[in-house]
Write a protein that binds this ligand. Sequence first.
Ligand code: ADP
Ligand code: MG
Length: 325
Amino acid sequence: MNEFEIIDQCFTRKGSANSSTVKVGIGDDGAVLSCDEDKDLVVVTDTLVSGVHFCAASRPADIGYKSLAVNLSDLAAMGADPNWALLNLAMPDAEPKWLEEFADGFFELADRFDVQLVGGDTSVGPLTVTVTAGGWIPNEEAITREGAKPGDLVFVSGTLGDAALGLELGLDDKQIIKWPNLTRIHRPEPRIKLGRELRNFASAAIDLSDGLASDLMHLTSASGGMGAVIYQERIPFSNDACSLRSLDELLSLALSGGDDYELCFTVDPSREKDIALLSDRAGVRITCIGAVSETPGFWLIDLAGKCEQYSEGGYQHQWSVDTQY
Ligand code: ADP
Ligand code: MG
């Protein structure tokens, strides 16, 4: 079974969402809970497991940083302002130096976004870091995956494929100086400012954790079983990535590689003129890569203008009878 089958078959129950207190439940980047008459609470959670999401030799400060960053990215996708976090840490041993560096990385990012660590849990076990984070959004302004309409334009922030390429290259310090973009595998930048700008602007949004193709399909499926037509030539790559790989290789990293943590969002075409201003305010490049289609599926228009369905998925956690951890 893969993670999405498990979530659908075992944990998604009728009526678990959309009650008067739960405005958005399972199935989006975060849950939206009714709080008071002015604002809603957005809650997100994500786990990093040693040997799955990072290798055991990773720098502890990077693990601390990333464990919070991936959660802030989900808050950004919902348009929320981060406020607090809980940290659950399981580890095989408690080395003071490792813990100090881990905490430095965690708080470096927490301090940048005024996130307060309000609790958690610590236990012995295989190295696993789970962060749960909360953020606020004015009532009814949370951006979900559900609002895209056929004809809406599809945008992405930043550049894609850098994290997957960084992972492939297993960057050491000397390479980091040469190709700074590729360090995003260790320290993704949560697009909080952009998420804020997208309130009342984007029709739907998602953060890119598993590759553009599968994450965009989560958005268009949630929006009523639609699809998207994407122009290969418009997908933004960094100069660092372009200096190392062919466009075909970069395309597959962007579509099926994970860990970019950029935002992908849809916008009514009448609002396209405001994108440049929004990009200035958020301090990040924004690129229109295509449009939402009524036909389901991820349709890619190649450099010769030929349109074909891209059906390779993104990263998925899989279980089989002989999987041992
Ligand atoms: P994301 O990558 O945005 O964090 P995921 O792909 O991990 O989202 O999860 C998809 C949806 O399923 C999210 O709404 C998430 O909260 C929910 N989900 C994942 N695992 C579980 C679980 N074990 N129980 C309940 N809901 C889950
Ligand atoms: Mg997400």
